[in-house]
Design a protein. Structure first.
Length: 296
């Protein structure tokens, strides 16, 4: 994988845009392996997330940008022991007693807020909000011991694609200005993992449309996304322009009738401003999907 030149040698930032699946279904499927009552829609996603957690160094802290949190300004969780938000409906009773007791990281959140504000990003803390399923579902798979402190960042409700690329750039600069979690290793180097948690395909009706036309549309957009995020043929100005104008891509509005599940990718790209080091291809809820990884 391509390595990035460090401007702040004491902090390493690994970044991944991931798909978190349909509500609590990934965890329900893991709990009912071999049982016919739960269709296995997320097996490839689960394996991709497990692989990602072993490929990357274990982080000292995780920053999650979740598609399931929208605010007018960028909001950051600052609770030291956030509860879970079961922000899904119509699932089995056990879906509402899932646990993921990860700690918050108040010092990291507070410094991040300060650094974002210094860069003229409208940002504020949320002392009460817990972790939504865009956080605790994938992290239950990646780090099941819940032993890495986490904070969540919202996307903004204007759903402005360029603004979210700029947010990623500001997060990179904020971290490199000296943000590091408390529990860095003995060498003083801190590993921060930034997760953009969404889904590269998010058409709820389209997921269960078994027609050839639906598959062609989903595949065309997925292929466009792979090309955009991985080819070396584009300059970074060209790559950024494609992402900002993503809705001009083939079948873009079929893949994303509403873009909240795509925008965490824009933040991840902004953090790195280069092609992804790795693309993970999978089938998710019957449709082609992708995850993208950048390694520091």
């Amino acid at each position: 994988m391509q390595q990035r030149t460090h401007t702040h040698p004491s902090v390493r930032i690994n970044t991944a845009y991931i798909s978190h699946g349909g509500g609590p279904l990934p965890l329900l499927e893991m709990q009912s392996v071999g049982e016919a009552r739960t269709p296995a829609y997320h097996l490839e996603m689960i394996e991709a997330l497990k692989t990602l957690s072993t490929d990357l160094p274990k982080p000292d802290a995780i920053i999650v940008i979740s598609a399931h949190w929208e605010e007018t300004d960028v909001c950051v969780t600052t609770h030291p022991e956030p509860s879970l938000i079961y922000d899904y409906y119509g699932f089995p009773k056990e879906s509402y007693s899932l646990e993921y007791p990860a700690k918050g990281e108040v010092a990291l959140a507070t410094l991040l807020l300060k650094r974002l504000t210094e860069q003229s990003i409208a940002a504020r803390e949320d002392r009460a909000r817990g972790f939504d399923h865009g956080m605790f579902i994938p992290l239950s798979i990646m780090y099941p011991n819940a032993d890495v402190p986490c904070i969540q960042l919202s996307i903004t409700s204007d759903l402005d694609s360029e603004k979210h690329v700029l947010l990623g750039e500001a997060i990179r600069k904020a971290i490199e200005l000296g943000i590091a979690p408390i529990n860095s290793d003995v060498k003083g180097e801190a590993n921060i993992l930034v997760l953009g948690s969404g889904s590269s395909f998010h058409n709820m009706q389209g997921f269960f449309d078994s027609s050839n036309d639906a598959m062609r549309k989903a595949t065309r957009f997925n292929n466009w996304l792979h090309t955009t995020m991985q080819t070396s043929a584009y300059s970074e100005n060209e790559r950024k322009a494609r992402l900002v104008d993503w809705y001009s891509a083939p079948d873009a509005r079929y893949a994303h009738p509403r873009e909240e599940h795509l925008l965490p990718l824009h933040v991840c790209y902004g953090i790195n401003n280069r092609a992804a080091d790795k693309a993970m291809s999978l089938t998710l809820l019957t449709k082609p999907a992708s995850m993208f990884v950048w390694c520091d």
